[in-house]
Write a protein that binds this ligand. Structure first.
Ligand SMILES: [Mg+2]
Length: 250
C-alpha cells in the first residue's frame, strides 16, 4: 500500500529534479485553508470587532480590557485553541456555557471582506485551468464556509471537504481519501498543501500523496516526527507556480 516516501528537501539540485519529476505526474492539487491561503488572524480580528462590544455590553466591563484579554489568550494558546470564548466569558463573569452560542453566532457571521495572501487568487485561478483542485478544511463548517465566501476562493475548487463533518477529521486519512475517491484521482497523482504538522500531513503521507508545508510563525518551532511533517517545505504557496506552472512543463 502506501509507499515509504522519502523526504524531499528543496536545497540540493538533485532533489529539485526528483521533485520536478514527481510533480509532472500530478493531476490534483488539494489545499488547506487557514494560514495556508490567507492569514486566519485577520478573521479573528474582524470577529473581535463584533464580539468585543457585545461582551462589553453584556458584562459591563470595558471593551479595551476584553479585547486585550482575547488577544492574550489567542497568543498564548494559538488559533486552534478551542476554549478562547469560554475562557473570556468566564473571566468577565458571564456563563461560559450558556453565553457561548451568541458569541459563536457572531464569530461565524463576520461580514468584513477578507484578503487571501498576496497573489493567491491569481495562483489558484492559473492552477485551476490546468489541474483538478480540492480543498480540505477542518473547523466548524459554517465558519469555514463564511471565510470562503469572504475570501472569494470557493469557485476555484471542484470539491471542498469540511472535514469536521466526517467521522474522522484531519490528520486522519479519511478526509483525504474521501476527496481522492470523489474525484477519482490516485493518491500518487495528488498533492496536499498545508501549514500545520498537527493536522495536515499524516493522513496524506500515509496514503502516498506528496505533501507541501508553508511557514506559520506559531508552528515553525514545533518538534515534529517525520510521519507528521510535509515531504517538501516551501516559503509560501507562490512557490507552487514554479513547480506546477513552469512554461517548460506539459
Ligand atoms: Mg491551516
Amino acid at each position: 500500500m502506501p509507499p515509504e516516501t522519502p523526504p524531499i528537501a528543496t536545497e540540493s539540485g538533485d532533489d529539485v529534479e526528483a521533485l520536478r519529476r514527481r510533480c509532472r505526474d500530478v493531476e490534483l492539487l488539494a489545499f488547506d485553508l487557514d494560514n495556508t491561503l490567507y492569514d486566519e488572524g485577520r478573521y479573528f480580528e474582524a470577529a473581535f470587532d463584533r464580539i468585543v462590544p457585545f461582551l462589553a455590553e453584556r458584562s459591563g466591563r470595558p471593551q479595551e480590557a476584553i479585547g486585550r484579554r482575547l488577544r492574550e489568550i489567542l497568543r498564548a494558546h494559538g488559533k486552534h485553541y478551542h476554549y478562547l470564548f469560554s475562557d473570556i466569558l468566564g473571566e468577565i463573569g458571564l456563563d461560559p456555557t450558556g453565553g457561548l452560542p451568541d458569541v459563536l453566532a457572531l464569530f461565524r457571521s463576520v461580514r468584513q471582506p477578507l484578503a487571501p495572501f498576496p497573489g493567491v487568487t491569481e495562483l489558484l485561478r492559473d492552477l485551476s485551468s490546468r489541474y483538478r483542485m480540492g480543498l480540505i478544511t477542518s473547523g466548524m463548517r459554517e465558519v469555514q464556509e463564511n471565510k470562503l465566501r469572504l475570501l472569494g476562493l470557493a469557485p476555484f475548487f471542484e470539491e471542498i471537504i469540511f472535514s469536521s463533518t466526517l467521522p474522522e477529521n484531519k490528520p486522519g486519512q479519511m478526509p483525504f481519501r474521501f476527496l481522492l475517491e470523489k474525484l477519482g484521482v490516485d493518491a500518487a497523482r495528488a498533492i496536499y498543501v498545508g501549514d500545520n504538522p498537527l493536522f495536515d500531513f499524516r493522513g496524506p503521507n500515509q496514503l502516498g500523496m506528496l505533501t507541501f508545508r508553508v511557514p506559520n510563525d506559531e508552528l515553525d518551532d514545533l518538534d515534529v516526527v517525520t510521519e507528521d511533517d510535509a515531504q517538501v517545505r516551501i516559503q509560501g504557496v507562490q512557490e507552487l507556480r514554479g513547480l506546477f506552472l513552469a512554461p517548460t512543463m506539459g
